[in-house]
Ligand binder design. Sequence first.
Ligand SMILES: Cc1ncc(COP(=O)(O)OP(=O)(O)O)c(N)n1
Ligand SMILES: Cc1ncsc1CCOP(=O)(O)O
Ligand SMILES: [Mg+2]
Length: 212
Amino acid sequence: MRKHSLHVMTTGQQELARVAEIAGQCPTELIDVLHIREKQRGAGEITAWYAALKPLFAQSAVHINDRLDAALAVGAPGVQLAYNSLSVSQSRRILPPSVSIGCSVHSAEEAAAAAEQGADYVLYGHIFDSNSKPGLAPRGIQALADVVKACSVPVIAIGGIEPGNVDEVLSTGCAGVAVLSSVLLHAEPAAQIRRFREAIDRSHHNLRSGLN
Ligand SMILES: Cc1ncc(COP(=O)(O)OP(=O)(O)O)c(N)n1
Ligand SMILES: Cc1ncsc1CCOP(=O)(O)O
Ligand SMILES: [Mg+2]
């Protein structure tokens, strides 16, 4: 298992055929987790996305954002909960224990609460300015470090993350990075995935265990 992980999220702005085309050209084995984050699509459509993308991400875990019904229907190994999803504890009651639960959090308090309820990891952001979160102020590196300290489960950083700022992000002790536009909307997604993986693997920062 790799020390730090690379999560890639679908954008909600592309058709399945385009995402599949990109995946077919990319070293997807360098990606630890693909998130199907298609908030405007129904559960049936999301199951079709999973069926089409899973073979292209054979070595990645494919997690489903929000829709536990779709995740259960396809046997996905993980879900990602958003602010308006079922809570972590509600999700735990529904999902088999083997299904990983990630939870989007926006403060150290939310991160600690998600961990307490049984989240396997939290996603915290946005760290830097991001076109994917227009008009919203970024939370910054110090806030990420504070979340890492407050939280007993791995923290994945998201928002405005590029290969050039990965080292600074990992210096907080977080467990990895999640990227949306900088991979799937990039002109050269394959090269960009390699740059991310190299930047992550080059970093010598250690994971912080949290609560210390
Ligand atoms: C009112 C409000 N709060 C938060 C969000 C963003 O949702 P979030 O839980 O952060 O889920 P992801 O965007 O991370 O998938 C929102 N849209 N509105
Ligand atoms: C889903 C989400 N949550 C916080 S920032 C973000 C989007 C990050 O997108 P990008 O990687 O394009 O900055
Ligand atoms: Mg969020």
